[in-house]
Design a protein around this ligand. Structure first.
Ligand SMILES: [Zn+2]
Length: 134
């Protein structure tokens, strides 16, 4: 049977569009993947990169381990805010509030299966110590 769509394509028995639908046991449900669902037993850690220097209350934040002054990852757990450096040093920063974090955070872009995978994927596992991308 000729294709009437205007191109020179013809349907044959080998054409995938001519195959019958898959039986129900082979169909994939339209559900989100289980690994993308947050584990209710683990705390939710939100993160947002902060490339610029941080100066809460007028004091420049400096990494006590490597002396970096910018290119931070901010982490929020509950009401606490943590600062993480490219050298993987991380500390609770009491001069930053959850409100400060929320000002930088816009929306969820990705959910990681665990903390270590997230730090590696975002480049805050220590491998990029001393490097700046801007
Ligand atoms: Zn550091």
């Amino acid at each position: 049977m000729p294709d009437t769509s205007g191109n020179d394509r013809y349907l044959t028995d080998a054409d995938p569009t001519a195959l019958p639908p898959l039986p129900p046991e082979f169909q994939v449900p339209d559900l989100p993947l289980a690994e993308n669902e947050p584990d209710p037993d683990r705390p939710i850690i939100r993160t947002v990169p902060h490339p610029e220097p941080l100066t809460p209350r007028g004091v420049l934040i400096v990494c006590p381990a490597c002396s970096a002054q910018r290119d931070w990852l901010l982490l929020n757990v509950g009401e606490q805010v943590f600062v993480r450096c490219r050298c993987a040093h991380e500390w609770a920063e009491r001069r930053l509030t959850r409100s400060d974090f929320d000002d930088s955070f816009s929306h969820i872009e990705r959910i990681y299966p665990d903390f270590e995978v997230a730090m590696k994927a975002m480049g805050y596992d220590g491998v990029l110590k001393g490097l700046y991308f801007n």
